[in-house]
Ligand binder design. Structure first.
Ligand code: ZN
Ligand code: ZN
Length: 250
Protein backbone atom coordinates (compact mmCIF):
# COMPACT_ATOMS: atom_id res chain seq x y z
CA UNK A 1 0.00 0.00 0.00
CA UNK A 2 1.32 3.46 -0.93
CA UNK A 3 2.72 5.57 1.91
CA UNK A 4 2.70 2.65 4.29
CA UNK A 5 5.47 2.93 6.90
CA UNK A 6 6.78 -0.54 7.78
CA UNK A 7 5.66 -1.66 11.26
CA UNK A 8 4.05 1.73 12.03
CA UNK A 9 0.80 1.07 10.17
CA UNK A 10 0.72 -2.51 11.48
CA UNK A 11 0.78 -1.05 14.99
CA UNK A 12 -1.94 1.50 14.20
CA UNK A 13 -4.19 -1.31 12.92
CA UNK A 14 -3.39 -3.73 15.74
CA UNK A 15 -4.16 -1.16 18.45
CA UNK A 16 -7.63 -0.78 16.88
CA UNK A 17 -8.30 -4.49 17.57
CA UNK A 18 -9.05 -6.14 20.92
CA UNK A 19 -6.28 -7.55 23.14
CA UNK A 20 -2.55 -6.82 23.27
CA UNK A 21 -1.47 -5.32 19.93
CA UNK A 22 1.97 -6.91 20.24
CA UNK A 23 0.58 -10.39 21.03
CA UNK A 24 -1.60 -9.98 17.95
CA UNK A 25 1.18 -8.82 15.60
CA UNK A 26 3.61 -11.48 16.81
CA UNK A 27 0.96 -14.19 16.50
CA UNK A 28 0.27 -13.18 12.90
CA UNK A 29 3.99 -13.16 12.15
CA UNK A 30 4.46 -16.58 13.80
CA UNK A 31 1.52 -17.94 11.84
CA UNK A 32 3.03 -16.72 8.55
CA UNK A 33 6.42 -18.21 9.41
CA UNK A 34 4.90 -21.61 10.20
CA UNK A 35 3.01 -21.49 6.90
CA UNK A 36 6.23 -20.72 5.01
CA UNK A 37 8.12 -23.49 6.81
CA UNK A 38 5.38 -26.05 6.12
CA UNK A 39 5.14 -25.21 2.45
CA UNK A 40 8.76 -24.36 1.60
CA UNK A 41 11.04 -25.26 4.49
CA UNK A 42 10.37 -28.93 5.23
CA UNK A 43 13.22 -30.04 2.95
CA UNK A 44 15.45 -27.03 3.62
CA UNK A 45 18.60 -28.25 5.38
CA UNK A 46 19.38 -25.15 7.54
CA UNK A 47 15.72 -24.90 8.61
CA UNK A 48 15.70 -28.54 9.68
CA UNK A 49 19.07 -28.30 11.43
CA UNK A 50 17.86 -25.33 13.46
CA UNK A 51 14.66 -27.18 14.37
CA UNK A 52 16.56 -30.32 15.37
CA UNK A 53 18.97 -28.28 17.49
CA UNK A 54 15.98 -26.59 19.17
CA UNK A 55 14.52 -30.07 19.85
CA UNK A 56 11.40 -28.99 17.98
CA UNK A 57 9.12 -26.01 18.50
CA UNK A 58 8.34 -24.62 21.95
CA UNK A 59 5.04 -25.58 23.55
CA UNK A 60 3.03 -22.55 22.44
CA UNK A 61 4.37 -22.38 18.87
CA UNK A 62 3.94 -26.12 18.30
CA UNK A 63 0.18 -25.52 18.44
CA UNK A 64 0.49 -23.54 15.20
CA UNK A 65 1.50 -26.70 13.32
CA UNK A 66 -2.00 -28.05 13.85
CA UNK A 67 -3.54 -26.74 10.64
CA UNK A 68 -5.13 -27.93 7.44
CA UNK A 69 -2.56 -29.37 5.06
CA UNK A 70 0.18 -29.51 7.70
CA UNK A 71 0.13 -33.22 8.56
CA UNK A 72 2.85 -34.47 6.19
CA UNK A 73 5.25 -31.57 6.75
CA UNK A 74 4.82 -31.82 10.52
CA UNK A 75 5.42 -35.59 10.45
CA UNK A 76 8.61 -35.22 8.39
CA UNK A 77 9.98 -32.49 10.65
CA UNK A 78 9.07 -34.24 13.92
CA UNK A 79 10.54 -37.47 12.58
CA UNK A 80 13.81 -35.58 12.13
CA UNK A 81 13.67 -34.46 15.77
CA UNK A 82 12.78 -37.99 16.92
CA UNK A 83 15.85 -39.39 15.13
CA UNK A 84 18.03 -36.87 16.99
CA UNK A 85 16.38 -37.86 20.29
CA UNK A 86 16.96 -41.58 19.61
CA UNK A 87 20.61 -40.92 18.70
CA UNK A 88 20.97 -38.94 21.92
CA UNK A 89 19.56 -41.83 24.00
CA UNK A 90 21.86 -44.31 22.22
CA UNK A 91 24.89 -42.11 22.87
CA UNK A 92 24.06 -41.72 26.59
CA UNK A 93 23.29 -45.18 28.02
CA UNK A 94 21.81 -45.02 31.52
CA UNK A 95 22.42 -48.30 33.33
CA UNK A 96 20.00 -49.54 35.93
CA UNK A 97 21.41 -48.83 39.37
CA UNK A 98 19.77 -51.99 40.74
CA UNK A 99 21.49 -54.36 38.28
CA UNK A 100 22.77 -57.39 40.20
CA UNK A 101 26.19 -57.27 38.69
CA UNK A 102 29.62 -56.26 39.91
CA UNK A 103 29.30 -53.12 37.82
CA UNK A 104 25.95 -52.37 39.46
CA UNK A 105 27.52 -52.71 42.91
CA UNK A 106 30.41 -50.52 41.87
CA UNK A 107 27.99 -48.00 40.44
CA UNK A 108 25.96 -47.88 43.64
CA UNK A 109 29.20 -47.22 45.48
CA UNK A 110 29.84 -44.31 43.17
CA UNK A 111 26.43 -42.70 42.67
CA UNK A 112 28.03 -39.48 41.48
CA UNK A 113 29.26 -41.07 38.23
CA UNK A 114 25.79 -42.34 37.38
CA UNK A 115 24.27 -38.99 38.28
CA UNK A 116 26.69 -37.22 35.93
CA UNK A 117 25.62 -39.52 33.06
CA UNK A 118 21.96 -38.67 33.71
CA UNK A 119 22.78 -34.98 33.84
CA UNK A 120 24.57 -35.25 30.49
CA UNK A 121 21.58 -37.04 28.98
CA UNK A 122 19.25 -34.34 30.29
CA UNK A 123 21.54 -31.65 28.90
CA UNK A 124 21.75 -33.35 25.49
CA UNK A 125 17.97 -33.73 25.31
CA UNK A 126 17.55 -30.04 26.11
CA UNK A 127 17.25 -27.42 23.35
CA UNK A 128 20.66 -26.53 21.93
CA UNK A 129 19.10 -23.57 20.09
CA UNK A 130 16.01 -21.41 20.55
CA UNK A 131 12.67 -22.36 18.98
CA UNK A 132 12.83 -20.88 15.44
CA UNK A 133 9.47 -19.17 15.85
CA UNK A 134 10.61 -17.65 19.16
CA UNK A 135 13.69 -16.31 17.34
CA UNK A 136 11.44 -14.68 14.73
CA UNK A 137 9.17 -13.35 17.48
CA UNK A 138 12.08 -11.65 19.26
CA UNK A 139 13.17 -10.02 15.98
CA UNK A 140 9.68 -8.74 15.23
CA UNK A 141 9.25 -7.49 18.80
CA UNK A 142 12.47 -5.52 18.30
CA UNK A 143 11.13 -3.92 15.09
CA UNK A 144 7.77 -3.02 16.64
CA UNK A 145 9.34 -1.82 19.87
CA UNK A 146 11.78 0.46 18.01
CA UNK A 147 8.87 1.79 15.91
CA UNK A 148 6.97 2.68 19.08
CA UNK A 149 10.03 4.44 20.47
CA UNK A 150 10.55 6.33 17.19
CA UNK A 151 6.96 7.41 16.56
CA UNK A 152 5.12 7.55 19.87
CA UNK A 153 4.63 11.10 21.19
CA UNK A 154 2.13 12.60 23.64
CA UNK A 155 -1.20 13.06 21.82
CA UNK A 156 -0.15 11.97 18.31
CA UNK A 157 -2.21 9.48 16.30
CA UNK A 158 -0.26 6.44 17.52
CA UNK A 159 -0.66 7.58 21.13
CA UNK A 160 -4.40 8.07 20.66
CA UNK A 161 -5.02 4.58 19.26
CA UNK A 162 -2.76 3.09 21.95
CA UNK A 163 -4.52 4.83 24.82
CA UNK A 164 -7.95 3.84 23.47
CA UNK A 165 -6.85 0.21 23.09
CA UNK A 166 -6.53 -2.68 25.54
CA UNK A 167 -2.83 -1.73 25.81
CA UNK A 168 0.16 -4.04 25.77
CA UNK A 169 0.16 -7.12 27.98
CA UNK A 170 2.52 -6.87 30.94
CA UNK A 171 5.21 -9.01 29.32
CA UNK A 172 5.28 -6.97 26.11
CA UNK A 173 5.02 -3.63 27.89
CA UNK A 174 8.01 -4.60 30.03
CA UNK A 175 10.03 -5.70 27.00
CA UNK A 176 9.28 -2.55 24.99
CA UNK A 177 9.97 -0.41 28.04
CA UNK A 178 13.35 -2.06 28.57
CA UNK A 179 14.52 -1.01 25.08
CA UNK A 180 13.62 2.66 25.50
CA UNK A 181 15.58 5.68 26.56
CA UNK A 182 14.12 8.54 28.60
CA UNK A 183 12.30 11.00 26.33
CA UNK A 184 8.84 11.92 24.99
CA UNK A 185 8.23 8.44 23.52
CA UNK A 186 8.95 6.70 26.79
CA UNK A 187 6.80 9.16 28.71
CA UNK A 188 3.95 8.63 26.22
CA UNK A 189 4.36 4.84 26.49
CA UNK A 190 4.11 4.87 30.28
CA UNK A 191 1.25 7.42 30.27
CA UNK A 192 -0.78 5.34 27.80
CA UNK A 193 -0.26 2.11 29.70
CA UNK A 194 -1.04 3.75 33.03
CA UNK A 195 -4.32 5.12 31.64
CA UNK A 196 -5.26 1.66 30.33
CA UNK A 197 -4.45 -0.11 33.61
CA UNK A 198 -6.34 2.54 35.57
CA UNK A 199 -9.39 2.07 33.29
CA UNK A 200 -9.23 -1.71 33.72
CA UNK A 201 -8.88 -1.30 37.48
CA UNK A 202 -12.00 0.90 37.65
CA UNK A 203 -13.99 -1.48 35.46
CA UNK A 204 -12.86 -4.40 37.62
CA UNK A 205 -14.10 -2.61 40.73
CA UNK A 206 -17.41 -1.98 39.02
CA UNK A 207 -17.66 -5.63 37.93
CA UNK A 208 -16.96 -6.79 41.49
CA UNK A 209 -19.48 -4.31 42.89
CA UNK A 210 -22.24 -5.47 40.53
CA UNK A 211 -21.61 -9.07 41.58
CA UNK A 212 -22.57 -8.09 45.13
CA UNK A 213 -26.07 -9.37 45.89
CA UNK A 214 -27.16 -5.86 46.95
CA UNK A 215 -26.57 -4.54 43.42
CA UNK A 216 -27.60 -7.62 41.44
CA UNK A 217 -30.43 -5.74 39.72
CA UNK A 218 -28.05 -3.30 37.97
CA UNK A 219 -27.31 -4.32 34.39
CA UNK A 220 -23.67 -4.77 33.33
CA UNK A 221 -22.09 -2.14 31.12
CA UNK A 222 -18.68 -1.97 29.47
CA UNK A 223 -17.19 -3.87 32.45
CA UNK A 224 -19.09 -7.03 31.46
CA UNK A 225 -16.04 -8.75 29.93
CA UNK A 226 -13.39 -7.07 32.10
CA UNK A 227 -12.36 -10.44 33.56
CA UNK A 228 -11.17 -11.51 30.10
CA UNK A 229 -9.51 -8.21 29.23
CA UNK A 230 -7.70 -7.96 32.56
CA UNK A 231 -6.49 -11.56 32.26
CA UNK A 232 -5.03 -10.77 28.82
CA UNK A 233 -3.59 -7.47 30.08
CA UNK A 234 -1.70 -9.27 32.83
CA UNK A 235 -0.78 -12.58 31.17
CA UNK A 236 -1.20 -12.08 27.40
CA UNK A 237 -3.51 -14.19 25.25
CA UNK A 238 -2.89 -17.59 23.65
CA UNK A 239 -1.63 -17.33 20.06
CA UNK A 240 -4.76 -19.01 18.74
CA UNK A 241 -6.77 -15.99 19.86
CA UNK A 242 -5.19 -13.97 17.10
CA UNK A 243 -4.64 -16.31 14.15
CA UNK A 244 -7.13 -17.63 11.68
CA UNK A 245 -5.54 -20.98 10.74
CA UNK A 246 -7.70 -23.19 12.90
CA UNK A 247 -7.92 -26.12 10.50
CA UNK A 248 -7.04 -29.61 11.67
CA UNK A 249 -4.62 -31.77 9.81
CA UNK A 250 -6.13 -34.29 7.45
ZN1 ZN B 1 1.32 -9.13 24.48
ZN1 ZN C 1 8.59 -20.73 20.21
Amino acid sequence: MAGRIPYYHDLLEAFAEPGCAMCRLLAVSADKLVDTVLYEGVNDVPTREQLNAARGYCHSHAQLLIRAGGALGTTIMMDGVLKVLLRTLAANPVEQAGASSVRGLLRRANVKVSHTAVQKLVADLSPQAECPVCVNEAEMLGHYGRTLHQHLAPDNELFQVYVASDGLCLNHFRQVLADGLPGPALTALVTAQQTIWQRLHEQSDEFIRKNDHRFRGEPFGVEEDVWQRSLTAVSGAPIRTYVKSKGLTQ
